[in-house]
Design a binder for this molecule. Structure first.
Ligand SMILES: C[S@@+](CC[C@H](N)C(=O)[O-])C[C@H]1O[C@@H](n2cnc3c(N)ncnc32)[C@H](O)[C@@H]1O
Length: 214
């Protein structure tokens, strides 16, 4: 189950890892490619699913919101609500968001599992940090240094790393570095590259095999 699925960047990676995927989003998602329910992820029933992933809106937490005063306040902060919901549900889970959201960024002494993923960890020219808190252990890949400058969103030039945010351009390059051929600019800028969620899905299977998954 992929809650807050949008146009399915994360879902595509879970599918590639070997899962059958069902998505839930409060908006209709014409570009979503798996079974889909238009519904509220905070209340959608989770019975019968083997694992639940969720990526609540990040605008309430994102540093980008600092550029537009008031923007953060317009978005609900759903991380704590969803963590409590998934813990109460009792199966294995993955929650994704940005720095500042309060998600664990690494394993901690209180038993949380967290990992930060970046495109560079997968050999991609993409600086996109996302935090994943999970109910099972995930190894942190090594994080290459960001040696090239990042472009400003919408103003890529050769020799810089494209920022997939806002009105990202050129869309061909944004789609290539995200490994997502089917999304609009707006969908791309909200999305998780499928290779992140594929890595998490495969980490789940490894944890299951090792007897380390909830
Ligand atoms: C950051 S995007 C998710 C991106 C997606 N994981 C991907 O990789 O493409 C957040 C999505 O949450 C949806 N959303 C916001 N509030 C919601 C709610 N209460 N229930 C379900 N979906 C919601 C938005 O419509 C948006 O599509």
């Amino acid at each position: 189950m992929d809650l807050f699925c949008s146009a399915g960047g994360a879902s595509a990676g879970y599918y590639r890892a070997g899962f059958d995927v069902v998505g839930v989003d409060i908006e209709s998602q014409p570009n979503y490619m798996f079974a889909f329910h238009r519904a509220d992820a905070v209340t959608f029933p989770l019975d019968g699913f083997d694992i639940v992933a969720g990526s609540p809106p990040c605008q309430g937490y994102s540093g980008m919101s600092n550029c537009r005063p008031g923007l953060a306040g317009e978005y609900p902060q759903l991380i704590d609500v969803m963590r409590e919901r998934l813990q109460a549900w009792g199966g294995p889970w993955i929650l994704e968001n940005v720095a500042g959201s309060g998600l664990a960024e690494q394993d901690d002494l209180f038993g949380a599992n967290g990992v930060l993923l970046c495109g560079t960890m997968f050999g991609r020219e993409l600086y996109r940090h996302r935090l994943f808190e999970t109910s099972f252990p995930v190894a942190a890949p090594s994080h290459p240094r960001h040696l090239k400058p990042a472009s400003k969103a919408g103003h890529w030039k050769p020799g810089t790393v494209i920022s997939v945010a806002g009105n990202c351009a050129p869309i061909r390059l944004a789609r290539e570095v995200m490994d997502i051929a089917w999304m609009t600019r707006e969908e791309l800028s909200e999305s998780i590259p499928p290779y992140y969620s594929e890595y998490l899905g495969l980490s789940f299977f490894a944890a299951l095999k090792a007897g380390a998954a909830a």
